[in-house]
Design a protein around this ligand. Structure first.
Ligand SMILES: [Zn+2]
Ligand SMILES: [Zn+2]
Length: 83
């Protein structure tokens, strides 16, 4: 990967060099906007809002063979809540 800094389609800065806080309302945990904190679609084509959350507000699942996925609680519900 290696995206240190880039601009999202909504105009926000993103990338692991960008310091930010969790996108969850009322959560001010310090994160960066790298892929490690991004809500990603599970295996592609499913729900993933692309917002950035701290580890408390992401759920992680290992879905072989799709690989590891991470999503916020809202998207996890939309994805069926797979553990
Ligand atoms: Zn999400
Ligand atoms: Zn958070």
């Amino acid at each position: 990967m290696g995206y240190a800094q880039y601009t999202l389609s909504d105009g926000r800065e993103a990338g692991y060099a960008v310091q930010a806080t969790c996108d969850e309302p009322n959560c001010d945990a310090k994160i960066d906007r790298g892929m490690a904190y991004c809500c990603l679609p599970v295996g592609g084509g499913e729900h993933g809002c692309g917002h950035y959350f701290c580890s408390d507000h992401l759920t992680y699942s290992l879905d072989v063979p799709k690989g590891e996925s991470q999503s916020c609680f809202e998207c996890d519900k939309l994805n069926g809540g797979a553990e």
